[in-house]
Ligand binder design. Structure first.
Ligand SMILES: Cc1ncc(COP(=O)(O)O)c(C=O)c1O
Length: 461
């Protein structure tokens, strides 16, 4: 707050002052002082086409002028139908019905409830428990937070959370079960999969409703892809025990990993895909779920055709217009092709940084969703103490230098483990990637000079 002027904003961090962004141009955001920030994380992996695209703004304005709001209990719009059709056609076979929400948390909340209603209506009324995975994020509403395994976000609300179960996801770089990836693959004996089955049997399959997972673990683990074959085994378990498989593509959907949905690359058909962020490229709050025909048929046959759920702003016409216009831009600018070209280039450039800066212990990801694990000393595999807030500090240095990244912590066990996500808009150019890497390089050098002081402090204290 500047002196006399009262500040009415309930900020994300009430002790922090944030730059005021006046506008954006392509991959850049520009603040009121004219400072440019290269948006190397697309906000929160949402602004996937960059900023200032007039055609999306114009489509939203056109729709707002025609019909800004209709309630989907009584009316629908062409924008809603056209967007649902476009998304349904992009989705894997048999996933055809699209249900809209305003954010990813609501999308997952909807999917968890749909799974429950599906079982109840189909004569399996006991099925209600969801199995999620530690170090995964599915949103901040109570259901989605309960299904997720983000320890820091859950902690304050533990007494309010639902009694859902969790297993570890396959973080082969530091296997939580202390297995070696090659050994798992050779023996086809995966402790991370066995643990899912053990958990199902312990809970009683008759009680388990859904399994939810991100195809590539995003914000909580820093872009960790699964080992090949993991999800096929998960699918088999879900089939064996009649469990609804929900794949959370809120971060990965709409081209982020080089295909429309990451599901295509993990080689399975989920029962529900949830999406958000990229669908409108951040131009409007828009998310939802795409549902398998089997669940829809059951809703029609076993109940009165109604999903006992709904939000005022589901299928909001202006948001739907934004989604349609954004998907047109993805198509027109051949964004998928660009991701396939720039993704490997970005990884190679980050691997060069890894050679130079001993704090990068791993570079991983898919397409333009790339994460780096950060350690204090790579030789000794010494982790940063969480109180050092290493990844956040690195990002603050980078912001001073003019680029913003997506920092995260708790990737190893919910508390320990630092990472930084690099996820620029999907239409990023090679030149802009070079600029991202140049700024990151400089940020690491400054970070190192600051770290030395910390280390000395630790030794002398
Ligand atoms: C994988 C995943 N699921 C769900 C969410 C929650 O989405 P929202 O913040 O739009 O509610 C996020 C947000 O970061 C996410 O990355």
């Amino acid at each position: 707050m500047d002196g006399l002027k009262k500040d009415y904003v309930f900020h994300r961090d009430l002790k922090k002052k944030y730059p005021i962004i006046t506008h954006g141009e392509g991959v850049y955001l520009i603040d009121e002082d004219g400072k440019k920030f290269l948006d190397a994380c697309s906000g929160a992996v949402a602004a996937n086409l960059g900023h200032g695209i007039a055609s999306i703004g114009e489509a939203m304005a056109e729709q707002a002028k025609k019909a800004a709001f209709v309630h989907t209990m009584r009316f629908e719009t062409n924008a809603l139908h056209e967007l649902a059709e476009t998304i349904g056609k992009m989705a894997p076979d048999h996933l055809n019905k699209v249900y809209f929400t305003t954010g990813g948390s609501e999308a997952n909340e909807s999917a968890l409830k749909l799974a429950r209603q599906y079982h109840r209506d189909a004569g399996r009324p006991q099925k209600h428990i969801v199995i999620g995975r530690w170090q995964s994020y599915h949103g901040n509403t109570v259901g989605s937070l309960s299904a997720g395994g983000d320890v820091k976000r859950r902690h304050a609300y533990t007494p309010n959370l639902l009694n859902y179960a969790h297993v570890y996801s396959p973080y082969c770089h530091r296997c939580p079960y202390d297995r070696q990836k090659d050994d798992c693959l050779a023996k086809q004996n995966w402790t991370c999969v066995n643990d899912i089955e053990r958990t199902i049997l312990e809970l009683g399959p008759e009680n388990v409703s859904a399994f939810i997972a991100e195809p590539i673990v995003g914000s909580q683990q820093g872009a960790v892809p699964p080992p090949l074959g993991y999800f096929k085994k998960v699918r088999e378990l879900c089939d064996r025990y009649e469990i609804v498989l929900i794949i959370d593509e809120v971060m990965t959907g709409f081209g982020r990993t080089g295909t429309n949905f990451a599901t295509e690359q993990i080689g399975i058909k989920p029962d529900v895909i949830t999406f958000g962020k990229g669908v409108s490229a951040g131009y409007a709050p828009l998310a939802g779920m795409i549902v398998h025909d089997r669940l829809i048929d059951s809703l029609i046959q076993n109940s009165d055709g109604k999903f006992i759920h709904g939000y005022t702003y589901s299928g909001h016409p202006v948001a739907a217009a934004a989604g349609l216009a954004a998907l047109e831009v993805y198509e027109r600018e051949m964004v998928l092709e660009n991701v396939k070209e720039q993704g490997p280039y970005l990884v190679n450039r980050l691997l060069e940084l890894k050679e130079k800066h001993p704090y990068i212990s791993d570079v991983r990801g898919k397409g333009l969703l790339i994460g780096m694990e950060l350690v204090k000393d790579i030789e000794q595999d010494l982790l940063f103490d969480p109180s050092e807030k290493a990844s956040e500090r690195l990002n603050e240095i980078a912001m001073e230098l003019g680029a913003v990244f997506y920092p995260g912590s708790g990737s190893i066990d919910g508390i320990k483990g630092e990472h930084l996500i690099v996820s620029p808009p999907l239409n990023v150019s090679k030149k802009e990637i070079d600029e991202i890497v140049r700024i990151l390089d400089e940020a690491f050098t400054i970070f190192k000079s600051q770290l030395r002081k910390d280390e000395m402090y630790e030794i002398t204290k």
